[in-house]
Design a protein around this ligand. Structure first.
Ligand code: SF4
Length: 448
């Protein structure tokens, strides 16, 4: 058993680290957390595969020496900066806290930290129940959580384990909560999570003061732009998985667009119009999906024609569309918006349609939409439960899994174009399987 206690990130110091190293490790930690998120959401048996998952993570974590107390500064600094970055919005806050807790869980398992010692140093007085008392309590203690009748039982004043109480899994008696040895890990994770949550709340309160420090605000800005780039890193999309002509938008949107883009397309179909932020979000998405600028212009012109004559369209909208493609003004190559950028857009008013529906729509509004798109009750309830928890990326993942059960995906919930790429890959695979099947059948028929 490892005698070194795991870190709870109670102090932070970034002063001794060079900025370029800080920038690099922050991005690296973020990538590790994103990977953890995907692995945990895709893998139904994570608990049985902790060591394997941690080994996978370690490949990307070369800069972190999680088990060397002398080299913890990069770990602590990157955790601190990301706490600052993610503390501002509830959904980010939840996501960050969840991934950091999972990382903690993986480390505790992998390095076999001494949990009792760790809890002791945290001031949590865990005591073993002596055998006489244990025999008297047997009936009461052994409900859901027991693994083995001879297992040791510990107790702790319940104020140290408040979040265990509502689970109704543990026996509560005279102000103490009784926990079997095999469940002590849970207590440790909960303590970690509570501490992190409290810290994020504190940081959030002082956020404006903290970013007065230029060094910190520059690091956050740098991370923000790197994260945007990183979320849609260059990948060569095969031709058959791109949009080529304006007709492809109608053909594919229900099958392969994420919900935010389906809602925008529905809005255009119904209103023959789309306000500024929606146009921006959608144009950049279409650009990322491969649609050439001439086709995007044709698409909007056609869709708007009921309300917007051609010359007005040219004057009012064509410039902005070409601008998004980097053909006007500064000629910057604007990247399609990531999910985070979309989550953080202003809430749409009644005439607008931009943003993420998992975030912006109420449960009552979302429910019939999901049923209307063919999802079954179980899937709809799963998504709505995640939504109630502000887990918007996870809603998107669950939506994808409902539309494409059992299929592979990558970075869904991080970027709408990644959703599209994953969906198109599946459709293309299905299409070639179908062609192959038909060819085989034709050959068979000829042979007969
Ligand atoms: Fe769109 Fe991202 Fe929301 Fe999914 S999570 S609907 S891709 S913004």
């Amino acid at each position: 058993m490892n005698k070194i206690p795991p870190t709870f990130y109670e102090t932070s110091n970034i002063n001794s680290i060079k900025i370029d190293i800080l920038n690099e490790i922050i991005l690296q930690r973020y990538n590790i957390l994103s990977k953890i998120f995907e692995i945990f959401e895709k893998n139904k048996n994570v608990k049985e595969n902790f060591s394997q998952i941690f080994s996978q993570i370690q490949i990307d974590a070369q800069k972190f020496s999680w088990n060397d107390p002398n080299k913890l500064e990069l770990d602590i600094a990157s955790h601190f900066i990301l706490s600052l970055y993610f503390c501002r919005h509830d959904s980010d806050n939840f996501w960050f806290c969840q991934q950091e807790s999972r990382l903690f869980q993986l480390k505790v398992n992998y390095f076999k930290y001494d949990m009792f010692e760790t809890l002791k140093t945290l001031g949590i007085p865990l005591k073993e129940v002596d055998n006489n008392i244990k025999n008297n309590l047997n009936d009461k203690i052994y409900f859901n959580s027991i693994n083995n009748i001879n297992e040791k039982i510990f107790f702790v004043p319940f104020e140290h384990a408040l979040t265990l109480v509502p689970t109704k899994k543990y026996f509560l008696f005279k102000g103490d909560i009784y926990i079997p040895q095999s469940e002590i890990q849970n207590l440790l994770f909960i303590v970690f999570q509570q501490k992190l949550q409290n810290k994020l709340t504190k940081i959030q309160k002082h956020f404006d003061d903290i970013i007065q420090d230029n060094r910190i605000s520059n690091i956050l800005k740098h991370f923000e732009s790197e994260r945007e780039k990183n979320s849609i890193e260059e990948e060569t999309i095969p031709n058959d998985q791109k949009l080529h002509r304006m007709e492809d938008v109608e053909k594919y949107y229900k099958k392969s667009f994420p919900l935010c883009m389906i809602m925008i397309q529905n809005h255009i179909n119904e209103n023959s119009h789309l306000m500024h932020f929606g146009r921006l979000q959608y144009t950049l998405f279409l650009k990322g999906a491969g649609l050439p600028v001439e086709e995007t212009l044709k698409f909007f012109k056609k869709k708007f024609e009921k309300k917007t004559p051609s010359d007005k369209f040219e004057k009012q909208y064509a410039y902005n569309i070409r601008h998004s493609y980097g053909l006007e003004g500064k000629r910057s190559d604007y990247a399609p918006y990531s999910c985070t950028k979309i989550f953080n857009m202003n809430s749409p008013n009644s005439q607008e349609c931009h943003g993420c529906p998992f975030k912006n729509y109420s449960v009552e509004k979302l429910k019939p939409i999901l049923f209307g798109l063919g999802l079954n009750e179980e899937n709809v309830l799963t998504i709505l439960n995640k939504k109630k928890n502000n887990e918007f990326p996870l809603c998107c993942i669950k939506y994808f899994e409902a539309v494409f059960p059992g299929e592979e995906y990558e970075k869904v919930g991080f970027h709408p174009n990644k959703y599209f790429n994953s969906a198109m890959k599946i459709l293309s695979k299905r299409n070639s399987n179908k062609i192959q099947y038909e060819n085989n059948k034709e050959v068979e028929m000829k042979q007969n």
